[in-house]
Design a protein around this ligand. Structure first.
Ligand code: ADP
Ligand code: MG
Length: 795
């Protein structure tokens, strides 16, 4: 043993002795008792360490504890004290901190409090502590909140006669015979005959090395295992087992299944969590206001923690989940509302008047009539920027719903007030697109039109320096560009409005960098075409205000959407070919590959080659994937826009967020594996011109579920409806940006429960109205704060 390990061994021996003390000297601090532990586990492991100081100490401790098993409790106490004394005197250097703190604790305080390190818990020594920390369990509180990932129902005990072939069953039996046979050098086969009053069954375990299941003839135990058969007789292989007296922890009940890690046996983890839960759960303080529990018919925290770990019934588990999920969402909503209130109280923003004549001029000369939804959203925005509190609003609207004109109106208001505005887009091609549509929307204003500059990475040399100068002097009033806008060298004259398009494509830092360029606290508008159900958006981006454009401009043509089975593939290709021959263009989206971007890129290259070589040899194909350099991607996009490419083959990681009116076909491979909202977004890439457009969904072997999902996309064109269906069918994982928002950091609550999201938000708002700083609920305040902090870290 290396000396580090010896130190660890000493530390855990100390833990064990303290545990023995705490448990009233019942010789249960380690399985099998102290003497057996020392003689069979610890001492043999010292053999190579000969006369090292630590080995000597351990041997002396073993000496103190000789005969411990047969001593009465009062004499055991003296032996343990003596052994601990040996350990203390024998310390050659300070033991690891955690262990030392532990040893210094007076016995009356030996029960660890919630914030103490996990090493203070029985069975967890410094070595296992590392494994627990791997699971994110640092403290006792973490353990208490480390919920099972699943449950197995082992509550129904069967007799041996009742065992069913193929089922996982739990039964009580006596071990009649045990035999061990060596199969290969390191593998043994342990066979036991198990019996009850109705019959017998053979059980086998394959074991490796010196490990041998602790099964002895004559024992009566609870077994759980899958029932198989051999030569027509039932048998069970690799069954889990447990002493009946040991309290039915691993069987005979609904058994929690925890995510574990290598080196930490599931049974041990369960045992430790059981100890933590049975001691601490009844002692934790409730943090939710009593009136809320009563109103919602929710159980208290102690009961809920007990039930979620070790359910007494499936109904009990459900009530626990309801209570804990409610708590999580409630905390989250409080956090969001507190952040929102703090922002709304911020002053120092610049008031921009929505009544300026230039704005009226802009709105009056638009080439179309605003939809009702656009009008409403423009009013939201003008209301926000008319106040000193900085705006932070998210604008959601399906592809083509007309978000650009809203952005333009805000920019006009900023410029009319004598300030500057900026719009940042994730790619050059999108920035250029915005530049073109915004300048053309502003054109009818004549000389009163704001002066707009495009700033992207490809602007170089003198031209760039010139633009920099004009931005700094205020000669340029609106800057549209990529993250070139947030380069160090860019200085604004008086920037007060920052607009970010497709915000999920930017990190928090990039948005912050834009804000940092501003004059005072800027107003911020983030736009997204990703439809997220309203209640989810309010929760995920809860500190933002939310506006939705839920109405399409008139005259949009419907895109003909059709799903094709494997046998109909050639029909889909024929449709694409027909369109291409008529001079129009197509997108092909490659199947989703989850392993990595690299694998996905490789698959895309193969698909591109296959299509070009075998399917469309007479068409010009282009390829776009996530491993390409930004400049290469831009280049391919430009070629597509300039009609040098007929068919653009792309992976899903590359959002083809580009307006190509000549593109009339969107063909999606492996469509059943995409989220509905994402399919809908792909579909939004076509149908932008006057030609009839098609969305062709290919699925090779869709399951029942996959077929149903494709049918939903075929029949529905409302992005928000599809997003909601997605949420119900697949959970929130598919929504862009949610991962980063940290909102998925929920253990119990389901974000698909839209009703509960709304309810908790209203209740949180109600509580904050009476007690805006949660003074009456310090533990609740602590939890909300911790959640906000962990969100900030996640970002
Ligand atoms: P998105 O929300 O995808 O950014 P855009 O702002 O690019 O949508 O608008 C899509 C197209 O619809 C543009 O060509 C725009 O000029 C046009 N448009 C926007 N609003 C209206 C409207 N109220 N009536 C008619 N066409 C509109
Ligand atoms: Mg747009």
């Amino acid at each position: 043993m290396a000396s580090v390990e010896l130190e660890r061994a000493l530390a855990s021996l100390g833990n064990i002795l303290k545990l023995e003390e705490r448990r009233g000297y019942n010789n249960k601090a380690v399985m099998g008792g102290l003497e057996r532990f020392l003689s069979q586990t610890l001492l043999p492991s010292l053999e190579s360490s000969g006369t090292s100081q630590q080995a000597v100490v351990i041997r002396r401790v073993a000496g103190e504890l000789g005969g411990y098993t047969t001593l009465p409790p009062d004499q055991r106490a003296a032996r343990i004290r003596a052994a601990l004394q040996v350990l203390r005197n024998g310390e050659t250097k300070p033991a690891p901190t955690a262990a030392r703190i532990h040893l210094k604790q007076a016995p009356s305080q030996a029960v660890p409090a919630l914030d103490e390190a996990i090493v203070t818990v029985p069975y967890v020594g410094p070595k296992r502590q590392e494994l627990f920390e791997k699971l994110g369990i640092h403290t006792v509180r973490d353990a208490l909140e480390y919920f099972p990932k699943d449950y197995h129902d082992r509550s129904t005990l069967r007799t041996i006669a009742e065992l069913n072939y193929g089922n996982k069953e739990t039964f009580v039996a006596e071990v009649r015979t045990v035999s061990l046979r060596r199969l290969r050098t390191s593998t043994n086969l342990l066979t036991a005959v198990l019996a009850d009053h109705t019959g017998t069954v053979e059980a086998t375990w394959f074991t490796r090395g010196y490990y041998r299941p602790n099964i002895e003839q004559g024992q009566e135990m609870i077994f759980t295992g899958k029932i198989g058969q051999y030569h027509g007789k039932l048998k069970v292989e690799g069954a889990e087992f447990e002493d009946i007296e040991r309290g039915l922890l691993h069987s005979g009940r609904i058994v929690p299944i925890y995510r574990s890690t290598e080196g930490l046996p599931p049974k041990l983890l369960r045992r430790v969590l059981h100890d933590v839960v049975s001691y601490h759960a009844p002692r934790v303080a409730e943090y939710l206001p009593a009136y809320l529990l009563e109103r919602g018919g929710l159980i208290g925290l102690p009961d809920a923690l007990g039930e979620i770990h070790f359910p007494t019934s499936w109904e009990g588990l459900e009530t626990a989940r309801r209570r804990l999920g409610f708590g999580e969402l409630f905390e989250m909503q409080l956090g969001a509302l507190i952040k929102q209130a703090a922002r709304r109280k911020l002053a120092g923003g610049v008031r921009l008047l929505g009544t300026h004549a230039d704005l009226a001029l802009f709105l009056g000369r638009l080439p179309f009539r605003l939809t009702g939804a656009q009008q409403k959203v423009i009013n939201d925005v003008l209301g926000d920027i008319g106040s000193e509190a900085p705006m932070l609003r998210m604008l959601q609207g399906d592809v083509g719903s007309g978000k650009t004109v809203v952005a333009a109106a805000a920019l006009v208001a900023a410029v009319a007030g004598g300030y500057q505005g900026a719009l940042m887009a994730p790619t050059e091609i999108l920035a250029e697109q915005h530049y073109r549509s915004i300048t053309s929307l502003l054109e009818p204003m004549g000389e009163r039109a704001p002066r707009v500059a495009l700033l992207t990475g490809s602007l170089k040399g003198r031209a760039r320096t010139e633009v920099y100068e004009r931005i700094a002097s205020g000669a340029v009033q609106v800057v549209i560009g990529t993250h070139a806008i947030i380069q160090q060298a860019v200085e604004f004259h008086r920037l007060v409005l920052a607009i970010v398009d497709e915000q999920h494509r930017f990190g928090v830092e990039q948005r912050a960098a834009l804000v940092a360029k501003a004059h005072a606290n800027p107003h911020m508008l983030v736009m997204t075409a990703t439809p997220i159900p309203r209640s989810l958006a309010l929760t995920a981006y809860g500190d933002l205000d939310l506006s939705i454009i839920d109405e399409m401009p008139p005259g949009r043509q419907e895109i003909q959407t059709q799903a094709f089975g494997p046998a109909e593939r050639s029909q889909a290709y024929a449709r694409l070919h027909e369109e291409a021959q008529a001079g129009r263009q197509a997108f092909v989206i490659c199947p989703l590959v989850e392993e990595s971007e690299k694998v996905e890129a490789k698959a895309a290259v193969a698909e591109y080659e296959r299509l070009q070589g075998d399917v469309f040899p007479d068409l010009r194909l282009g390829l776009l994937h996530g491993r390409m350099k930004a400049a290469e991607k831009e280049r391919v996009m430009e070629q597509f826009r300039d009609r040098e490419i007929d068919v653009l083959v792309s992976t899903s990681v590359v959002e083809v967020g580009i307006d190509i009116p000549n593109a009339t076909v969107m063909l999606v491979e492996g469509a059943d594996r995409f989220g509905l909202a994402q399919l809908h977004q792909f579909r939004g890439r076509v149908g932008r011109g006057s030609q009839r457009s098609y969305c062709l969904l290919l699925a090779d072997s869709p399951g029942e579920d996959g077929r149903k999902r494709l049918e939903i996309v075929e029949q529905n064109t409302d992005g928000f409806f599809l997003a909601e269906q997605d949420l119900l069918m697949r959970g929130p994982g598919d929504f862009y940006g949610l991962r980063q928002s940290g909102v998925l950091n929920l253990k119990v609550a389901s974000l698909a429960d839209v009703g509960l999201l709304e309810e908790t938000r209203n209740l949180a708002a109600g509580l904050l109205e009476d007690d805006p700083r949660l003074d009456a609920y310090p533990e609740l305040a602590r939890r909300v704060e911790a959640r906000l902090n962990s969100l900030a870290e996640a970002n």
